[in-house]
Design a protein around this ligand. Sequence first.
Ligand SMILES: [Zn+2]
Length: 253
Amino acid sequence: GDRVVVDPNLECGSCPACKKGWAHLCETLGAYGVTCDGGFAEYSLVQASQVHSIGDMPYEIAALAEPLGCVLNGLHAAQAHRAGSALIFGAGPIGLLMAIGLQVSGLTNISLVDLDRTRLSLAESFGFKAIEAHSDELNSLRQNVDLVADATGVPAVATKLIDYIANGGVGLFFGVCPSEARIEISPFELFRRQITLAGSHSLNHNIPEAIEGLKAYGTDIGRLVSHRLSLADINQVFEGYGPKESLKIQFCR
Ligand SMILES: [Zn+2]
């Protein structure tokens, strides 16, 4: 048969959000692996409408189409095509995917911030500027970057995003903060510096462009996958006994 990836989102197609083209905000959004059985199995049954051909792309690369699709949905929400510079907090797999998504769309001035030196080295190895958290270098970027994104989900980081956004720029809240977290912002600052704050949730039919992005970037993106484990190991990993230093972990037959 064909080699494919699955778009996990299952929207109703008829609620107000779906009618606006916002499938990812469907009132009754379901997803393979969330509201019904997913891909951690030797075989999965999915609707034909949810699969996308990957040609001869290796499976471990193609499996990044879903997270990259989420990143692309976020970058669209943040109108990233307008940005001349980007600063991403969090140099984990998602922060790096975001940087790669921006690079594939033509942006060259991309920096990632992290506390972890190993992750900063990884960001550098992908050709991005790597900046240590709390450094003078980071401080020099205050009010200086067109697109500033949080890919940590840490409220203390999210609350600092606005400090780095240039006048007329955008802040993207991409990392998933705890639902009860609150941050302080100055409405006056948003007004005076004409700042836009964007959020994004899941993906909205972004798999085809994600596949194109993966093709455009090439197989080096596979370095975001630190472990390929057997399905037999899955319970151990989900119980917290997985590899200590990891990026993306994949389970294979
Ligand atoms: Zn709907």
